[in-house]
Write a protein that binds this ligand. Sequence first.
Ligand SMILES: NC(=O)c1ccc[n+]([C@@H]2O[C@H](COP(=O)([O-])OP(=O)(O)OC[C@H]3O[C@@H](n4cnc5c(N)ncnc54)[C@H](O)[C@@H]3O)[C@@H](O)[C@H]2O)c1
Length: 334
Amino acid sequence: MGRVRGAFDAQRVCVTGGAGFIGGHLVDALLALGASVRVIDDLSNSTLEHLSELIELEPKRLRFVHGSILEDRALREAIDGCDVVFHLGALGSVPRSIEEPERTWDVNATGTLRVLEAARSLGARRVVYSASSSAYGDTSKLPKGETDAPQPASPYAAAKLAGEGLCRSWSESYGLQTMSLRYFNIFGPRQPADSAYAAVVAAFIRRLSVGQTPVIYGDGEQSRDFTYVSNAVAANLLAGASPREPRGEVVNVGAGDRVTINELLTRIADCLGVSGVSPEHKGARAGDVRHSQADLTRARELLGYRPIASLAQGVEETVAWFAAAGKHSSEHGA
Ligand SMILES: NC(=O)c1ccc[n+]([C@@H]2O[C@H](COP(=O)([O-])OP(=O)(O)OC[C@H]3O[C@@H](n4cnc5c(N)ncnc54)[C@H](O)[C@@H]3O)[C@@H](O)[C@H]2O)c1
């Protein structure tokens, strides 16, 4: 990560969706690297809890714009004067996209177009877009490489994939520097654990810690490339700082490995010291893919990206965070 040191010092950057899970970690890192950060978020899937703490610490270097990326004025306010835009704002759930396909398209595809247009018209140099490995769909080839034909299987995947095309075309048509980072199942501290759409790592930790039965959709033999959030942050920083001008390239960001959901549950249970776990199995979810694992060759070649934290480390840190957060909220009567 030596190559990003100094790259953001005194730089002004924007993080869309910066109140969210990955966005919050990215804002932490950018502030630590000396950047001035503007965040735009409509708080539709997040709260101001983490950002408020940061604003208290860094009132001059962190500004929050409460608004949607679909609102022109709010977006301009957030992006004006920024050199790099990290675009994370999105509706991030496959099941919700199946219930609300049009809203998903509006925010994830049209929203990306609006961010690119605002960045271009306001003179930003680069947009780093949070894309999704769901673009690959349920193909049997492993690991998934960026030259594989995309086969989106949900409205979420289709809209995120459209965002990649928009990024590339804004590079080709207008010379805006863009890069699309296709994340593979990111997890870590502060990921919501109690929503109906919760990511599986947070959901398992939460249920096991309070003695509830964890739920697995399908037989649990489906596998994923679970990636600790610090890896996604590192990839964003590398993409934002890269001296080589990106022109819409799509780049996988994962751990480069995979485990089944059943195995993940065992690892989390071990880490929590819970034995004899027997999950409840529910029907497989529509739009879910069977296996997923990232080929990281391009990420290494273009960005010098290598996972900086393993699954074991990530699970340990996430379990520790949830334990501390649970203790804090019970001490405060929440
Ligand atoms: N978490 C993962 O495993 C994963 C995997 C692939 C891609 N991604 C992508 O990474 C990005 C961040 O995901 P996350 O897991 O942190 O999710 P998140 O929901 O925690 O973060 C997204 C943020 O965007 C905000 N947002 C939603 N609609 C908005 C709008 N119209 N205007 C402004 N802000 C809006 C939400 O309030 C939230 O704070 C998303 O683009 C998501 O599609 C995440």
